[in-house]
Design a protein around this ligand. Sequence first.
Ligand code: A3D
Length: 320
Amino acid sequence: MARAKIALIGAGQIGGTLALLAGLKELGDVVLFDVAEGVPQGKSLDIAEAAPVLGFDAKLVGTNGYEAIEGADVVIVTAGVPRKPGMSRSDLLGINLKVMEQVGAGIAKFAPDAFVICITNPLDAMVWALQKASGLPTHKVVGMAGVLDSARFRYFLADEFNVSVEDVTAFVLGGHGDDMVPLVRYSGVAGIPLPDLVKMGWTTQEKVDAIVERTRKGGGEIVNLLKTGSAFYAPAASAIEMATSYLRDKKRLLPAAAYLAGQYGVDKLYLGVPVIIGAGGVERIVEISLDGAEQAMLDKSIASVQELVAECRKIAPDLG
Ligand code: A3D
């Protein structure tokens, strides 16, 4: 059977890491696209030259032309510019909305059957814009944030309990921002919920609260350490997990920014919720029950995503 084709739009920090991970996991052949001349070509050649040592077979191509993504099975989008000093949120939105329009047009023309994963920030608004600009069905366009946010939550919990990260499950809902909703009740170790672990004396409520707060600010913690740029290893690994579930029809239950049409009381908006990802794309949106406090946190998160999308609509009315 022919190898799958994975197109990476944006060959920056995350794009390069995605290419390496896709190769290491033998997910398929990789096309690395960027507007910067030489960067996608250089990174793909470098990774291709690592393949004999690392022992994987994949064709890696770097390009500045969209035609090279033709027929891609998966497209992962990290193209965009970061916020620079003096740039307002609207300035950034305006620039990255234009990028999503270009990328969306490229996908519509050359890879209309692909499963598309958006990573560009501000995530919940950019995935909305990318779906509009590409015109692909909503169940084939998702945003990556929840897998990363829950991975951070899982790592902090595993560290606190001194147990394997593999046995820690965690749930984060809502938009990708400081008001994301880490769900303590739905997180735990090998089926033991966090509130029970507190009762068992494994940790204290104060420590759980501090871990929740650290999870919410996880992106900022890395930015403050790196000083130039943001996290890229864990974001890339998270998107690869989503791509794998699609390509291998694993039907994993993963948190992702998915298009809601009434679920969680939200209409026509992308929001981080649990979904099943399989060969059909987003095959199911899982609606879990929330208590009053969780619902209130989610409502706050929904309001900020709505505000962001309203701003996008103002800046780019053509997107609809
Ligand atoms: P970076 O290393 O700057 O890479 C972005 C790349 O996009 C650069 O190589 C640019 O040349 C390229 N680019 C710019 N405009 C275009 C265009 N029109 N078409 C194609 N390529 C273009 O950034 P990064 O890889 O570190 O991060 C990429 C994005 O992911 C940023 O928007 C980050 O904010 C975002 N991010 C999201 C998360 C989430 O959890 C959602 C986490 C970390 C980073």
